[in-house]
Write a protein that binds this ligand. Structure first.
Ligand code: BT5
Length: 265
């Protein structure tokens, strides 16, 4: 297990953050690291030690940040790399709503702090000018009818450099604004919005999550290509259902998409 740093990254003044944070569930306990392999991995360890709901793990640098399917997630200094521990009492088949709840919280926070209007792309991306500024990795442990835990990893390109290999697909807030963004303000806003939205989720106000998600997406009526392990499907996005699955119209008729990578055509 990574050693907890006593040195707090310069951007985080933990006292300032926790003093001003008026949340009920999210961020009651926050672990800061200067450098760590992956905040999601550390969160998994904390769950074994019975971490309380809403616990946050945040790092200035991740040396082994991961995306879905174990893809590399570049996490140099200057970004926001964090994980949230949740124990939502919702049906496992609605698990996608957890990612949606986090996506809308990050989108609201970016809008509030920078005035930018990010776009949400199903299942787990936030974009600016069709380039990725944020990726979300939700890892759920569930049995048939109960979610035991969810770890939601959030990676946001704030003031960090974008790796040369990613320049065509990735973007940072600093690049768009031409100036640095306060990571502490952005983080506080994410935690505040997530606290509000997560309460709606566990009250089963799925309609609110869906409606807010739709307000941030530009996917509806767009032609997309969806790739999963087995298939490549082309269709027009029609809607999102109550479980957070994407409804598309394809040459095979209406289809429900549960997972996959999406490309705009
Ligand atoms: C994701 O996966 O988008 C989820 C990323 C989650 C990262 C957070 S950071 C905190 C927490 N701790 C972790 O270890 N992870 C989480 P996916 O949809 O599979 O996208 C991965 C792809 O995004 C890669 O294959 C690259 O093409 C691209 N990518 C990698 N690093 C990026 C970055 N910093 N910005 C934008 N795109 C990136």
């Amino acid at each position: 297990m990574a050693k907890k740093s006593t040195h707090k990254p310069d951007f985080i003044n933990s006292e300032e953050l926790t003093k001003n944070l008026k949340t009920e569930i999210i961020g009651k306990k926050i672990y800061f690291f200067e450098k760590i392999p992956s905040t999601n991995l550390y969160a998994k360890q904390l769950i074994k030690e019975c971490a309380q709901e809403g616990t946050i793990v945040i790092a200035d640098i991740q040396t082994s940040g991961r995306g879905r399917k174990n893809r590399i997630w570049y996490s140099p200094p200057g970004g926001l790399w964090l994980s949230v521990i949740l124990y939502p009492e919702i049906c496992p088949k609605s698990g996608m709503l957890i990612t949606m709840t986090v996506s809308i919280s990050v989108a609201q926070a970016i809008k509030e702090i920078t005035g930018l209007d990010p776009e949400i792309k199903w299942p787990n991306d936030l974009l600016l000018k069709e380039k990725k500024i944020c990726g979300i990795l939700t890892e759920i442990n569930a049995d048939f009818n109960k979610i035991k835990y969810a770890i939601v990893g959030i990676g946001i390109n704030v003031n960090n450099e974008i790796d040369e290999d990613l320049k065509n697909i990735a973007f940072s807030l600093k690049q768009e604004l031409g100036s640095e963004v306060s990571r502490i303000k952005l983080l506080s806003s994410i935690l505040k919005n997530l606290d509000n939205n997560y309460k709606k989720l566990i009250q089963k106000n799925y309609n609110y999550i869906e409606k807010t998600w739709i307000s941030f997406t530009k996917m509806i009526d767009r032609k997309v290509q969806i790739t999963d392990e087995k298939n490549v499907i082309v269709g027009i996005v029609k809607d999102i259902d109550e479980n957070g699955h994407l409804i598309i119209e394809s040459k095979f008729g209406e289809m429900k998409i549960v997972s996959g990578d999406i490309k705009y055509l």
